[in-house]
Design a protein around this ligand. Sequence first.
Ligand code: UDP
Length: 239
Amino acid sequence: MPADIKYKRILLKLSGEALLGEADYGVDPKVLNRLAREIIEVQRAGVQVGVVIGGGNIFRGEGLAATGMDRVTGDHMGMLATVMNALAMQDALEKLGSSVRVMSAIKINQVCEDYIRRRAVRHLEKGRIAIFAAGTGNPFFTTDSAAALRAIEVGAGLLLKATKVDGVYSADPKKDQNATRYERLSYEEVIQRNLQVMDTSAIALCRDHRMPLRIYDMSRGGDLMRIMRGEQVGTLVDS
Ligand code: UDP
């Protein structure tokens, strides 16, 4: 691993909406390709990369429940949506020559592997990109919580949340011109000020297990690599 690379293993959380790009629904191949290239860039620099993908571009249990559907059924659909996104990302990464494994928290092993922690760590050690699908496998959770959980389980040095803004702000920068970006926050500050970083259970999990979290803008090319070099990009949440 080059000396300027600060992380041995990371967990990257991509929301389902991130994959939407210009598309009306599903995934935008251009966005998928660009994200895949960024992931491969850091992986080729020697970083072991785990990825958790959301499903919000297809289904969310909460939204389905609002239309009258049983919430657990809606969450199952949401988790299956994350599997579709994971397969799309696997395809994009493989087309670019990378070695990838999708591992699902719910058994669907004719299309991908089951999530088994030891096997996941082995994939990472062998330099394969591991995509963790189906969230935590349980309803009433989110893929943010799944990302925190997997980051802790596989011993990542950093959890990254790729978003559409370049960090966490004191107010919505689109609505308030005095909004300032935080360079660093504690877990408690995020929870107490109710800052929209990740859901509270994900932040609490990070806090309890001292998992540092960085929020950054995924649309700015090269930022993932800059973070790997230790540059101060976006907002860091830690103790
Ligand atoms: N989901 C779930 N349990 C999990 C993770 C996800 O039930 O552990 C369901 C839930 O319905 C959620 C949907 O899958 O709304 C898609 O995940 P999420 O909303 O986190 O996706 P994102 O917002 O990141 O695209």
